[in-house]
Design a protein around this ligand. Sequence first.
Ligand SMILES: [Zn+2]
Ligand SMILES: [Zn+2]
Length: 306
Amino acid sequence: MSFAAFTRPGRFHRGNLHTHSNLSDGRLEPGEVCRRYAAMGYDFICLSDHFLPEYGFPISDTRPFRTNRFTTLLGAEVHTGAISHGDPWHILAVGLPLDFTPTAASETGPELAERCAAAGAFVAIVHPEWYGLREEEAATITSAHAIEVYNHTSAQNTARGGGAYMLDALLCRGMSLNAIATDDAHFLVADAEDFDSFGGWVMVKAEANEPDALLDALKSGAFYASQGPEIHDMRLEGTTLDVQCSAAVAVIALGRGSRSVEMIGPAQTAAHLDLTRFAGDWCRLVIIDRAGKLAWSNPFQVADAS
Ligand SMILES: [Zn+2]
Ligand SMILES: [Zn+2]
């Protein structure tokens, strides 16, 4: 099988899909948030302010901050109702129209997610660990394209930044979901301004650094998530996976339950993994570098062993 992230034409574009400005509870103006990401070498961001009545249901119009090498996707973090612990739903929608209709009080989380997807958005379940989202609740968001396996702000502020456990549980239920890493930056710490930024991102393969091309690539799964390491190539022939990556101390294939195959070494830039034990089921790749930073492939299906 082929992986969209590595077979599509184009190049990788580095982006942060989840970040806030002072249009909701972030500290910086939208233009300043964009300027900082562009200065750090990002190709794009989505400013995803909280789509709530107290902020006037903002969809940040970041179009004026696009340049010839930096672009923006329009979107929001939408909320409604309450999950079992009492917190409202948090759902990321990347690629919303500026006139997206405000959330109705009666709208459920799954209904709101579905409306975002119907409006053209790439929809993600966010920071499941941070707010104790339960598996059976996450499983109701059937229109989600992805789940945050890493949320940098949740990791930095509360040591609850993970989401891979939830991804695996949902894959075991037969859901089809990809893996994103995001910052969810708010820039709230004035004397440590990058405390919650530049820690988790996606690398999206697209022919142009244009919103439509990036959104199409996101929905097609043509990306991987990272805190630092790079995945240069993945090829699956039968049950053999060949990986090329930046220097890694561990190259790991993970599947249902405790199933894993790993190659450990001081600075591996290529790995050859036998995925026979995942035959007929899902699998995903994780790379760890010497600094302990991770990169995550999207999940994929391994063919039945013949
Ligand atoms: Zn949130
Ligand atoms: Zn957020």
